[in-house]
Design a protein around this ligand. Structure first.
Ligand code: HH2
Length: 270
């Protein structure tokens, strides 16, 4: 099964998750890949460039995003998802917080549910993971940023709650990947801590860690670069996250990450 193949590959080498937004309003590639043909070609290119997973999302989660109904989300998702799965080019992750969308996506063949609500949204989402055996990315977030918050302590409490919910629903621990949720209800300093929190999370939970740092605002806050000019900053951030222990990197720029991760790994091996 695709989920087990994917889970078994974690740790052998850093894995690249290529981002495919089929949304009209995502912060960096919104509107470009809504057509199923265009979405498929983009996914195929990312796989050729070295993506190990394609993460497809149909609801933007950027600050101030407009929520969409399950019907609207599925209408955007179904054709591109089906086209990618039909060709079997890579394991597919579906970026959704809705149990119904996750259920339909895994029924089509998606191997991973990427839940940015971190099992703090719809309780039925954990049941979908349990019943299907899909891998489950549990992402930390806060409702709003609070500079007084001890972000590592908050993440530990959040993930402990999420894992208890997962277990209760019948999700195996081996299905779960944790994500510190950089950019989700955190201050600039908290984002820096979260980006490099993989070691602390692994020490606390012993589970693989995914990070989504690509082109995010904290990078622009350091370099002054606008979204489309954040590649160099993103590579630096992802290498720091790798050094901290992260296993999976959710990125827009796959080819550049494939090279950077290979060179970093060769140097560390030597
Ligand atoms: N970040 C975004 C969306 N999904 N999923 C995980 N697991 N981790 C993340 O950090 C994460 C995520 C936001 O980035 P993007 O998809 O580029 O933008 P948008 O939310 O506008 O679709």
């Amino acid at each position: 099964m695709a989920a087990q193949d994917f889970l078994a590959r974690i740790g052998a080498k850093p894995l690249i998750m290529g981002i495919l937004n089929v949304t009209p309003d995502s912060f960096s590639d919104g509107g470009r890949h809504c057509d199923p043909g265009a979405a498929f070609l983009r996914a195929k290119k990312m796989v050729e460039e070295g993506a190990d997973i394609i993460d497809i999302g149909a609801e933007s989660t950027r600050p101030g995003f407009t929520p969409v109904s399950a019907e609207e989300e599925w209408a955007r998702l179904e054709a591109p998802l089906a086209a990618i799965l039909r060709e079997g080019i890579a394991p597919v992750s579906v970026d959704t917080t809705k149990a119904e969308i996750a259920r339909r996506a895994v029924a089509l063949g998606a191997a991973i549910i990427n839940d940015v609500s971190g099992l703090h949204g719809e309780p039925a989402l954990a049941e979908v993971a349990a019943e299907s055996g899909a891998a489950l990315v549990v992402m930390h977030h806060c409702a709003e940023a609070d500079p007084a918050r001890d972000i590592l302590a908050d993440m530990r409490a959040f993930f402990a709650r999420a894992l208890a919910r997962a277990e209760q629903a019948g999700v195996k621990r081996s299905q779960v990947v944790l994500d510190p949720g950089v950019g989700f209800g955190k201050t600039f300093e908290q984002n820096l801590v979260a980006a490099t929190s993989a070691g602390a999370l692994k020490a606390a939970f012993g589970l693989p860690v995914l990070v989504g740092l690509s082109r995010k605002r904290f990078i622009g806050a350091i370099t002054g670069a606008p979204t489309e000019k954040r590649l160099a900053g993103t590579l630096a951030a992802d290498l720091a996250a790798l050094q901290a222990g992260a296993d999976i990197f959710r990125v827009h720029d796959v080819a550049e990450h494939a090279d950077a991760l290979k060179v970093w790994s060769a140097l560390v091996r030597a």
